[in-house]
Ligand binder design. Sequence first.
Ligand SMILES: Cc1cc2nc3c(=O)[nH]c(=O)nc-3n(C[C@H](O)[C@H](O)[C@H](O)COP(=O)(O)O)c2cc1C
Length: 334
Amino acid sequence: MAHTLSLAPFRGITNKHYRRALHTHIGGYDWYYAPFITGCGYPQIHPAKLDDLLPADDMQAITIPQIISNDAREIIALAKALHDAGYRHLNWNLGCPFRRITHKKRGSGLLPYPGDIAHILETVFQAEIFYTGTVKLSIKTRTGYYNPQEIRDCLPIFNAFPIDHLILHPRTGKQLYSGQADAAHFAHILEHANHPAVYNGDIHHRASFGKIFNHYPRQRSWMLGRGALINPFLAQELQGIHLPEEEKRTRLAAFHQSLWQHAQENIPGESRQTGWMKAVWHYLSGMFTESQNVFSTIKRAQTKAQYTAAAEQALQQPFALEAEISSHFHRLCQ
Ligand SMILES: Cc1cc2nc3c(=O)[nH]c(=O)nc-3n(C[C@H](O)[C@H](O)[C@H](O)COP(=O)(O)O)c2cc1C
């Protein structure tokens, strides 16, 4: 049976231009989660909040929008606006670990409060748009904010509602993205969740995927995160598709060119344009041997011309071996 692979959302990186470029030039994903929208308001959604999702029919890549909120009215209002725009699915982020989000009891900051989560879900599923399944609701979460007992306390609540699926990243909010994801906690979800579960965490090459898959041989649905930003071919490779090196280089160059074109057309100012590309290369440099040298050359570029020269040089470097990709990934987790 084939695996279902989705791209994790990355606020500040995987915007609609990134998603479209990845889908067009490389692909391998069944769907793409959009980075979170927060503070969208209700009953009217601030139009700028929908920029990354419109127009929906232009999205060749199947996109699932995501919200961070602790207010059911906002979740319902966004679902209605997205439905009007052509979407049929909304993901609720209960995983974001960043302090500016969690200290407002949002993202993973809500996980220590199962009563609040129950109240929000009750109100959400009283709204016609959700109880009729017109818009499906899925949840992306962690094992907890402070500790893994929190997800155990939340599961019976999730189970009481017709949630479409549950995506688990097995770190706590306090861990941020450091250390290791503890795949063992996924076992509890598989055993006790009424809903299909999707695994997300630390998959960055075939070996790391194989290790987790061996633990859960019946699991078929995976979300790829930083590993996919490092190696845009990861989804294909996990599906057993290995392109010849020359074709990989051509596709990678086209993918990069699309991103750079978007930056120049849509981001104001040279330094912000190169800044966005540097955020991309923070991960993408790991696709090459000598990833640290590749990234420091890119980082030094200040002007468009310097950036173009640095990127051209980088794209010609030898591709990294799996062990080198692993080292790059683990440096990101320090
Ligand atoms: C810079 C950055 C931005 C992120 N933005 C989001 C986001 O908007 N929504 C979300 O659900 N997760 C977000 N994440 C978390 C990732 O989607 C993913 O869950 C995380 O990287 C763990 O998966 P991995 O170990 O495969 O990378 C972000 C992570 C990082 C490092």
